[in-house]
Ligand binder design. Sequence first.
Ligand code: 5RP
Length: 218
Amino acid sequence: MTQDELKKAVGWAALKYVRPGTIVGVGTGSTAAHFIDALSSVRHQIDGAVSSSEASAAKLQSLGITLFDLNEVDSLDIYVDGADEINGSMQMIKGGGAALTREKIIAAVARKFICIADASKLVDVLGTFPLPVEVIPMARAWVARELVRLGGAPVYRQGVVTDNGNIILDVHNLAIMDAVALEEQINNIPGVVTVGLFARRGADVVLIGSEQGVKIIG
Ligand code: 5RP
């Protein structure tokens, strides 16, 4: 199977967590895009969706799924999204698609975070995938210096402006042994909007797509 076929398998497998009459939190990326396709097959049974990016919002709308602003919603049953890396403690690196801030907000609201990923995303130690950090543009150089002080090698993601009007620094050379502590440390740097470590609030259920089928963890 190709990597995209594995992503499709987990995207469709996540459908079983969608309850009728609810609003669904929807992530961003190629795996989440398969979930949106799956969600459109039950669009008449759900109230609608809250999106973590303009890109996913456009796809949801094009498939006839009603979009809600998060401010209109009191609670969310589930949030379904992919990951760039996930470890055995269900902690993740996210933000390869630059949508990390809205992803983290919706994940915080949702009762259950369902992570959908192909098996290549499973790691023992987070950090081989460069850690995305969304930063206020005027703080770029300062935040980069602080990230170097923490042992990382930040690289400015050229040409990318987030949906919130900010920039992304991708931090290389990190072997993340204490993800909760690093998430807090980076979040505390003035100018950082969000770090793409999802450790304090990790996933609750992980669907891993492999040649052997979809494995459910949690
Ligand atoms: C976007 C994300 C994505 O979930 C992550 O990049 C995985 O993407 P894909 O499903 O395309 O492999 O965090 O900001």
